[in-house]
Design a protein around this ligand. Structure first.
Ligand code: DX5
Ligand code: ZN
Length: 220
């Protein structure tokens, strides 16, 4: 869609954890829309990051939308903690939730927006039944677990399929894409139907993060 501004969500995973306040103000002055918080448990994914305490510290020091991505097994046990910590949006993995509808209702019942993420090997067709109940879908364009990985090109087709599905089932759905987003592929992702781009390395490791954000948002 020409003229459409894409949202950008820097992933705090690539920031300097000894100075989160500066990372947050950098994201804000660069025109970021959300701050993406990658929670990993060492079980659903082979890496451990942080929990509600860090999300709370982030939420208390930013005016950005706090977008929490739970890459954890059995997320129902911790969803309330992450909402209380200040998450405006909580995204769980379809692959980690046997009772996904219940989990989504639980998130919404706590007053947060509900998102579902799918791994690169999970087809978007598996979201059909839950799509009308969602605020956002987070399409993984790398295998979750680490920042700095290479974008998987087949993700483009998945964005297009999901874009077609939402027209019929949930026109207000937000499509976010997570993993390997760069200044170079951002325009193609937006054209395919992405509304929000998660950017860890491409934002925090850029020589000029504000310039990178403008390019990713399609403003430069
Ligand atoms: C991967 C995380 C991503 C990651 C993105 O498991 O969910 O959010 O931090 O980092 P980059 O942009 O470096 O691929
Ligand atoms: Zn993420």
């Amino acid at each position: 869609m020409p003229g459409k501004t894409t949202l950008i969500a820097p992933s705090i995973l690539s920031a300097d954890f000894s100075d989160l306040k500066s990372a947050l103000s950098l994201a804000e002055t660069a025109g970021a829309d959300w701050i993406h918080c990658d929670v990993m448990d060492g079980a659903f994914v082979p890496n451990i990051t942080f929990g509600p305490l860090i999300v709370q510290a982030i939420a208390m020091n930013t005016s950005l939308v706090v977008d929490t991505h739970l890459m954890i097994q059995d997320p129902d046990r911790y969803i309330e903690d992450f909402v209380k910590a200040g998450s405006h949006q909580v995204t769980v993995h379809q692959e980690a939730c046997p009772h996904l509808h219940r989990t989504v209702q639980f998130i919404r019942g706590l007053g947060a927006k509900a998102g579902v993420s799918i791994n690169p090997a999970t087809p978007v067709s598996t979201l059909e039944s839950i799509l009308p109940d969602l605020d956002l879908v987070l399409l993984m364009s790398v295998n979750p677990g680490f920042g700095g990985q290479k974008f998987i090109p087949a993700s483009i087709g998945k964005i297009q399929k999901l874009d077609a599905m939402r027209r019929e089932l949930n026109p207000g759905l937000v499509i976010a894409v997570d993993g390997g987003v760069t200044e170079e592929n951002a325009a193609e992702l937006a054209a395919a139907g992405a509304d929000s781009l998660i950017a860890g390395t491409a934002f925090f490791k850029a020589p000029d993060p504000a310039a990178a954000a403008r390019k990713i948002k399609g403003l430069a």
